[in-house]
Design a binder for this molecule. Structure first.
Ligand code: TIU
Length: 233
C-alpha cells in the first residue's frame, strides 16, 4: 500500500527558508537533557538558575524522539559531565563564579556533573534506548573531545535536527561546531530551552540570521509534518 511506504525525503518549513532533507542522512541530536540541568539540586540550580524554565522542551522533544524511533532515524543523546577525578574538567570551569556547589561536590543527586552519578543521567521521559548513541562530552560543544564526528561519519549523517538545553550554551556551541564541520543543522525552537527566555529567543535568532549563518530554525510540528506524522494533541 502506497501510504505505508516511509518517505525518504521531506521538506521542513523553516527559517530563513524551507529545507529539503534525506531522512537517511539525518539524525536527531538531543543535547544534555540531564537531571543536572532539568531538576532541582543539580548543576543548573547550583549556578543560581530557575530550572523550571527548561521543562517546556520535554514534550516537543518526546514527540520528536517517538517520531525518530518510529521512522528509524538515528538518535544521538549527549550528556555534559566529567570524570570522577575531574581530570577532564579545566580549573577555569570548576572554579568559575560562586555556585552553591561546585562541579564534583556532593549534592542531592550525587556529585555535581560527574559521570555515573544520578544527576548526570538523562531524564526518564527521554531516556535513551540501548540501541541509541550516547555521547559523553566534557565541554559545551558535542564535538569537542568526543567521538561524535566518527559516529556521524559511520552512519553517513549530513543533517542534524538539534534540540535540548540550553539554547544559548550547549545547543548553540554544538550548532556552531557542526556548522564549521559542514553539517546542516535544523534547530527545533520548542525543543530547546534556556534558563533565560530572552537568551533562548536571541540564541535562535543568531542561528537563522544572515541567511541562516549557522543553520535553520523550525519547530517540532513542522518536523513531524515533513515526516508525515500527525502532531500529538
Ligand atoms: N548553564 C547553562 O546554561 N548550560 C550549561 O552549563 N550546559 C548546557 O547548556 N548543557
Amino acid at each position: 500500500m502506497l501510504n505505508s511506504v516511509k518517505p525518504t525525503q521531506g521538506v521542513i518549513s523553516a527559517e530563513p527558508e524551507p529545507i529539503k532533507l534525506d531522512w537517511a542522512s539525518t539524525a536527531l541530536l538531543i543535547i544534555d537533557m540531564q537531571r543536572d540541568f532539568m531538576e532541582p539540586g543539580g548543576f543548573g540550580e547550583t549556578l543560581g538558575n530557575d530550572v523550571s524554565q527548561l521543562a517546556r522542551a520535554v514534550k516537543p522533544i518526546g514527540a520528536l524522539l517517538k517520531a525518530a524511533r518510529d521512522t528509524g532515524m538515528l538518535v544521538i543523546h549527549t550528556r555534559e559531565g566529567h570524570l570522577p577525578d575531574l581530570s577532564d574538567a579545566p580549573p577555569a570551569k570548576v572554579e568559575r563564579g560562586a555556585p552553591s556547589l561546585r562541579i564534583g561536590d556532593p549534592g542531592p543527586m550525587g556529585r555535581i556533573l560527574i559521570r555515573g552519578e544520578a544527576g548526570h543521567d538523562i531524564i526518564p521521559e527521554l531516556y535513551p534506548l540501548d540501541s541509541e548513541v550516547v555521547i559523553d562530552k566534557p565541554g559545551k560543544g558535542a564535538f569537542y573531545a568526543t567521538e561524535l564526528t566518527d559516529v556521524l561519519e559511520k552512519y553517513g549523517i549530513e543533517n542534524l535536527l538539534v534540540c535540548g538545553v540550553t539554547t544559548e550554551v550547549c545547543v548553540n556551541t554544538t550548532v556552531r561546531e557542526a556548522n564549521d564541520r559542514g553539517y546542516r543543522c535544523v534547530v527545533i525552537s520548542d525543543g530547546c530551552a534556556s534558563y533565560f527566555p530572552e537568551f533562548h529567543e536571541m540564541g535562535l535568532k543568531m542561528i537563522k540570521a544572515q541567511g541562516g549563518i549557522f543553520g535553520w530554525v523550525t519547530d517540532s510540528a513542522a518536523v513531524l509534518e515533513a515526516l508525515k506524522i500527525s502532531t500529538p494533541a
